[in-house]
Ligand binder design. Structure first.
Ligand code: NAD
Ligand code: MN
Length: 475
């Protein structure tokens, strides 16, 4: 079996030790990667540092065109990348195709955006000329999760590269393959050696070596709250700024005048997409008492029809990524033990015997303070709650420590404005749901969902520092 390499300073590097990469639909070996060490991280950071001055002084036009070429290569290889991502993560093939398209869009969007990302001219009183410049940090570090490795990888590295940083990327051990492939395509696109480095490895080896490295200038992390806190602490020791995206417990909030024909399939998709292993999954469903029964029974019907299978066969629902993630679904048992009611879920259908499958699950009657209502399951599991007024809906929506996204389903503008005003979340949708495709929309958390903003023009600012230049004109 070919061992998938690290990409350091434009070269493919394999080491003495390897990591197994599993196929989540069987639990069997799919591939292997190098098990990157602290020494590989040192080499990658050094390569990025050496490349940094040259890349940050490359003309905006040339950087833009290089990003654009990478977008085109991702589009050229769309089918192969999608299949690789589907095999590695278990996600349905059509969702992996969408991820490849979005990955290409990030490079396209930032290739365009960078050409109109200007500094400001400041008031020039008293003979001063003053202006700001956007200056790249230098070497940016990126720790990537396994749920959307290609899409999230490109989401964070495209703006970092666009403004002139060199990147060191640590993909997740559970799904590293597409990120390695993107780095190979980056070389083909003409990024100079050292500008894009990828070191596969374990979180507590390569990951922590990168987060705590004195040679990085910025760290972007997407993953769990506890590890986010660990890496931010490691970076803080070196006074390295951090952007954290740590998931959520995002609600769909359904009012009596909602168009259920649109809402219900969208709500189902928001929890089934990538088997619920989505930071912005619609994992809570808050229903007005007046439509509670019709929403619950309508959703039950949709979920009961859901097909399950291996990602490349393109079912509605693939397996979870790993045995470890499947164990998190024990949360469902604890909720039922505590008195919640299963509308649909385990035991209601055949689930493939091999692999890490878990069926679509709807839990009703959840206590607002309960674990299943407040914590991420990261599986195809929705916890419901109900409300009788706008005030109750707001209190429930804001009743977790997270605040990533939310959706309000209503045609009443007064209700919609009251809700969008009060909901504490980085994105609020109205009569639709989903953060996936919209590369233009700033994305990030309130509260324990993290800090910093990815996507949109905001991400260009995330990966730059502002320098003010003040010139006293003496004649
Ligand atoms: P994790 O936070 O452990 O892993 C995310 C990334 O961090 C991976 O690349 C991993 O290798 C790296 N990492 C792990 N330990 C590290 C350390 N000590 N130092 C530096 N890097 C380290 O997440 P997980 O264990 O794979 O998943 C657990 C839970 O996290 C999930 O159930 C879910 O709730 C949440 N999660 C959220 C997202 C998201 O998109 N926000 C993504 C993945 C997981
Ligand atoms: Mn895998």
């Amino acid at each position: 079996m070919t061992v998938q390499p690290a990409i350091i300073d434009g070269r493919e590097v394999v080491g003495a030790q390897t990591l197994d990469v599993l196929d989540p639909s069987t639990g069997q070996l799919l591939s292997q990667t190098i098990r990157g060490t602290a020494e590989h991280i040192d080499a990658a950071v050094a390569a990025a540092r050496s490349a940094s001055h040259g890349w940050s002084h490359t003309s905006t036009l040339e950087r833009s065109r290089t990003l654009r070429r990478l977008a085109d290569l991702i589009t050229r290889d769309r089918e192969a990348l999608a299949l690789l991502e589907s095999q590695d993560t278990g996600k349905p093939l059509s969702q992996a195709r969408a991820d490849a398209d979005v990955a290409a869009r990030y490079f396209e969007f930032y290739a365009n955006a960078i050409e109109s990302f200007f500094g400001r001219s400041l008031p020039a009183d008293g003979g001063f000329v003053a202006y700001t410049r956007h200056v790249p940090f230098g070497v940016t570090a990126h720790i990537i999760p396994w749920n959307y490795p290609m899409q999230i990888g490109c989401r964070t590295i495209a703006p970092a590269l666009a403004v002139g940083n060199c990147v060191v990327v640590k993909p997740a051990e559970d799904a590293p393959l597409s990120v390695i492939r993107i780095a190979q395509l980056a070389l083909e696109a003409g990024f100079p050696p050292g500008v894009v480095n990828v070191v596969p490895g374990l979180g507590d080896e390569a990951g922590i070596a990168l987060a705590g490295h004195h040679g990085i200038d910025h760290l972007s992390f997407i993953g769990s709250v506890p590890i986010g806190s660990v890496v931010a602490t490691a970076a803080a020791r070196n006074v390295v700024p951090v952007a954290l995206e740590l998931g959520g417990k995002s609600p769909n909030i359904v009012f009596p005048d909602a168009d259920l024909a649109v809402a219900l399939p969208t709500i189902a998709r928001s929890m089934l997409q990538n088997a619920g292993q989505t930071c912005s999954a619609g994992s809570r469903l808050l229903i007005h008492e007046g439509v509670r029964d019709s929403v619950v029974s309508g959703l039950r019907q949709i979920l009961a029809r859901t097909s399950m299978g291996a990602g490349p066969d393109d079912p509605d629902l693939g397996p979870l990524i790993s045995a470890k993630q499947r164990r998190r679904t024990d949360m469902v048992d604890r909720a039922l033990d505590a008195g919640a009611r299963q509308i649909v879920g385990p035991g209601d259908r055949e689930v493939p015997a091999e692999g890490f499958y878990f069926p679509p699950t709807l839990i009703d009657g959840c206590d607002a303070g309960s674990e299943i209502f407040r914590e991420e399951v990261f599986g195809p599991v929705v916890a419901t709650g109900s409300f009788a007024s706008v005030e109750e809906a707001i209190a429930l929506a804001n009743g977790t420590e997270y605040g990533l996204i939310a959706a309000v389903w209503s045609k009443d503008l007064d209700v919609v404005h009251a809700m969008t005003e009060e909901i504490r979340a980085g994105q609020v949708y109205v009569n639709t749901y989903g953060a996936g495709g919209g590369v233009e929309y700033p994305f990030g958390g309130f509260g324990k969902s993290g800090y910093g903003r990815e996507k949109g023009f905001e991400a260009l600012g995330e990966y730059c520092q502002t320098k003010a230049i003040i010139h006293k004109v003496t004649r």
